[in-house]
Design a protein around this ligand. Structure first.
Ligand code: PGA
Ligand code: ZN
Length: 424
């Protein structure tokens, strides 16, 4: 049973405060979880509670959320069986009482939810992926490595937020990391040679002063080739344009490029990129409020490109179900803090898998050293993870945890590879 819950304020990778929670069980088992934070958040995400006091932390304080962990949420779970994750999460949701988790804060609630799961795993002396996923949990995900940052994650003019490489042709996860690192360093040299900055953005990818997606994609393809890999076969390209950030008044406003595209023009442009480059997956290709655009693009290229919904679904089972019923996307990004409890995130994963949608486990742009999502990717067998670039310890911590898991699984480990991007 849970004997103590402690919330505290720690720093995230952007130097902002975030919530960390310790849950201790009667046998002394400890579970600890730190909560991540997004910058390009979906409008229908569970609410991250910030203090809003401009005199402290520029308004981003989490003292109220931490306070809720240490009072109301502690009361809700004290004495509970940590193994009953569904019951525990229901108690957390009930204590908050709002649909959006805005009263106590999804950041407060998620910290308790994940820390309890980790404490229960510790009590069983099992790694989290095994505790949650059982003996079937042996599929290592294809990493989508974000090596060029733009949009809300960098100060450059790039309108698209993320340009990623996915080593689909690797034999093992460890090899996928090697391939990604090699390309990352080739890209660094290429950017330097072309006179660009090699400073990195929030997710550890380079943030050169490029204007168009084509320029970024050209650099990435060249780096893949010059490192000795075949674009599209060994390494696929993935984009997250995070279009909800620049969809205004019914128009996609590419401010960096200085072009405005109607939804139809924007879709044509994306299809052109998908056809011209070895793009295997596009996330948030259309904006969260452009469901017609989503449906049209899915009908047009959904059979040859993974189309992943992030802001449009917000890891929310009800939103996903609506999307499935109306032909929006064929894949979902899962960010546990978008919904606020482990149980709800797992329900969303099950719904996606039942519908033949692929699932990409994901970090946020504001992260910590917490590696829970690495275990969740293996526990769910989802086959794909998005956790940033090959630099910054907040990003590499997840890759390193997956390297350890692969080692621990030994000969039973399987690397998801190209198959992971195909609907099940
Ligand atoms: P965020 O970005 O964590 O800043 O929301 C990540 C994403 O859009 O996938
Ligand atoms: Zn996204």
């Amino acid at each position: 049973a849970i004997t103590s819950v402690t919330g505290r304020r720690v720093l995230d990778s952007r130097g902002n405060p975030t919530v960390e929670v310790d849950v201790v069980l009667s046998d002394g088992s400890l579970g600890r979880a730190a909560v991540p934070s997004g910058a390009s958040t979906g409008a229908r995400e569970a609410v991250e509670l910030r203090d809003g006091d401009p005199a402290r932390w520029h308004g981003k304080g989490v003292d109220r959320a931490v306070g809720h962990v240490n009072t109301e949420l502690t009361e809700a779970v004290l004495g509970r069986d940590a193994e009953d994750q569904a019951g525990l999460d229901a108690a957390l949701v009930a204590a908050d009482g709002t649909a959006s988790k805005s009263r106590l804060g999804a950041n407060a609630i998620l910290g308790v939810s994940l820390a309890a799961a980790k404490a229960a795993a510790a009590a069983h002396r099992l790694p989290l992926y095994r505790y949650l996923g059982g003996s079937d949990a042996r599929l290592l995900p294809v990493p989508m490595m974000n090596i060029v940052n733009g949009g809300a994650h960098a100060d450059n003019p790039l309108d698209f937020q993320e340009f990623m490489i996915a080593p689909i042709g690797a034999e093992t996860f460890a090899e996928a990391v090697r391939m990604g690192s090699e390309v990352f360093h080739t890209l660094r040299r290429d950017l330097l040679a072309a006179g660009h900055s090699t400073g990195v953005g929030d997710e550890g990818g380079f943030a050169p002063s490029l204007r168009t997606a084509e320029e970024a994609l050209d650099f990435v393809v060249a780096a893949v080739e010059r490192t000795g890999y075949r674009p599209g076969t060994d390494i696929g390209l993935v984009m997250d344009p995070a279009t909800s950030e620049f969809f205004r008044d019914g128009v996609y406003d590419y401010a960096g490029e200085g072009v405005r595209r109607t939804p139809a023009e924007h879709a044509d442009y994306l299809v052109k990129l998908i056809d011209a480059y070895p793009v295997v997956s596009v996330e948030d290709a259309m904006a969260e409020d452009d469901l017609d655009g989503w449906r049209e693009l899915t009908a047009r290229v959904g059979d040859r490109c993974q189309l992943t919904g992030d802001d449009v679904f917000c890891t929310n089972d009800a939103l996903l179900r609506e999307g499935i019923a109306s032909g929006v996307a064929n894949s979902i990004l899962v960010k546990v803090n978008q919904i606020g409890t482990l149980t709800e995130a797992m329900t969303t994963v099950s719904t996606a898998h039942r519908a033949g949608y692929t699932v990409v486990m994901s970090h946020r742009s504001g992260e910590t050293e917490d590696t829970t999502i690495a275990d969740l990717a293996v526990a769910t067998g989802c086959g794909q993870i998005k956790t940033g670039s090959l630099s910054r310890s907040d990003r590499t911590a997840k890759y390193n945890q997956l390297i350890r898991i692969e080692e621990e699984l030994g000969t039973s480990a399987r690397y998801a590879g190209t198959e992971a991007l195909r609907a099940r």
